[in-house]
Ligand binder design. Structure first.
Ligand code: ADP
Ligand code: MG
Length: 246
């Protein structure tokens, strides 16, 4: 579903992604770990077309973006890719002047051009799915962080993405609100969504990931099934990382 081949990205002289080769198969849950500044967000931003790539190529659901192609060809491809992938950020980025339901239906009405009643029916179903059926009329300022993030997930799902990208979706939340967001993500995983998740939630990585990837300094250091990643890491860098978080 996602393949990157020699993907690189630099900002001026700063090499942030160095030859990244990553595969995410359909229904995989790939959890990316790594210290701050290692390039995790930049990787997701490249995959969602929020950053242009500097080298190599990547593919999302069969749509290919090559650094060697013209800027115009890349832009065209990334526009298509954005329709196929949903992204959830650390800061929930909801529209403050719209209710929970308004946030979820916005894209259905303006992008997918659905009639309002149909958008509302889908929006209600999605709010129900993330446990917020009773909050549809609430504005973001009256929702907790965990509720806002669940609205953000519902809003992404409304566009029927083939893959979901999560960038530290629980890092801005008070500890007691982390669980409700992770449980929505677990359910999505169980329903067969393909997910690429940057997270520091080790329990989630252990229990839900099909593959765990450690990034450091713009490189993939190690990738493995969770059991071998956590119980039998092959790289000294991975052992050091695991020591630091424990
Ligand atoms: P992570 O998400 O793993 O913490 P990031 O992908 O956010 O790491 O950042 C990787 C590196 O790229 C950092 O050194 C960061 O300062 C740098 N960086 C990220 N975005 C930009 C940008 N727009 N311009 C310049 N440097 C950037
Ligand atoms: Mg980041």
């Amino acid at each position: 579903m996602i393949t990157t081949t020699g993907l690189s990205k630099h900002f001026q002289d700063l090499e942030v992604l160095k030859n990244i080769d990553l595969q995410v198969a359909a229904k995989d849950i790939v959890v990316v770990l790594g210290p701050s500044g290692s390039g995790k967000s930049t990787l997701l931003r490249c995959l969602n077309g929020l950053e242009d790539i500097s080298g190599g190529s990547f593919e999302v659901n069969g749509i290919r973006v090559e650094s060697a192609a013209s800027k115009r060809a890349r832009q065209q491809a990334t526009r298509e890719i954005r329709k196929q992938s949903g992204m959830v950020f650390q800061q929930f980025n909801l529209y403050p002047h719209m209710t929970a339901l308004g946030n979820v239906t916005e894209g259905l009405i303006t992008v997918k051009k659905l009639p309002k009643e149909q958008a509302v029916a889908i929006g209600r179903k999605l709010l129900h799915r993330v446990g917020l059926a009773d909050r549809e009329d609430y504005y973001p300022s009256r929702l907790s962080g965990g509720q806002q993030q669940r609205v953000a997930i519902a809003r992404s799902l409304a566009m029927e993405p083939a893959v979901m990208l999560f960038d530290e979706p629980t890092s801005a939340l008070d500890p007691e609100l982390v669980g409700e967001v992770l449980s929505v993500m677990r359910e999505l995983a169980q329903e067969g969504m393909t997910m690429l998740v940057v997270s520091h939630e080790m329990k989630f990585a252990r229990e839900v990931a099909t593959k765990v990837v450690l990034m450091a300094d713009g490189n993939i250091v190690e990738e493995a099934a969770p059991q071998s990643f956590f119980e039998d890491p092959q790289q000294e860098r991975t052992r050091k990382f695991l020591r630091q978080i424990n």
